[in-house]
Design a protein around this ligand. Structure first.
Ligand code: SF4
Ligand code: SF4
Length: 104
């Protein structure tokens, strides 16, 4: 089994427009959904994402749903497939945000 690691300066999952993240709305609480909406800028990117440096400005105090190793426990696919599930999710999300070419 491969092991998952976040790619430095990727930031794809900081594009948090919920209209493209339907799978999350079944898992998140109403409070979390309200928080995400309040964090979402007009362009769909998180207001805390520094696009110049491709980094989270509040990394140490980011919400629980931004902590992949914690939040992944909510997905039954993670319990079955482990890191392979996270790798597939990242690939899918990176392709969606940055285009399929970057994944080749
Ligand atoms: S999509 Fe995956 S690799 Fe990219 S920032 Fe999110 S967790 Fe990290
Ligand atoms: S709080 Fe940080 S890690 Fe979470 S979506 Fe915003 S920029 Fe990304």
């Amino acid at each position: 089994m491969k092991s998952w690691t976040c790619i430095e300066k990727c930031g794809a999952c900081c594009q948090i427009d919920l209209k493209y993240r339907k799978s999350l709305t079944n898992i998140l609480s109403q409070k979390d959904i309200e928080l995400i909406k309040s964090m979402t800028g007009k362009d769909g990117w998180c207001k805390h994402f520094d696009k110049n440096n491709m980094k989270c400005r509040i990394y140490e105090s980011r919400p629980h749903f931004c902590k992949v190793s914690l939040f992944s426990m909510n997905f039954k696919e993670y319990k079955k497939k482990g890191d392979d599930f996270l790798i597939d999710c990242c690939k899918e999300h990176i392709s969606f945000i940055y285009g399929k070419k970057v994944m080749k």
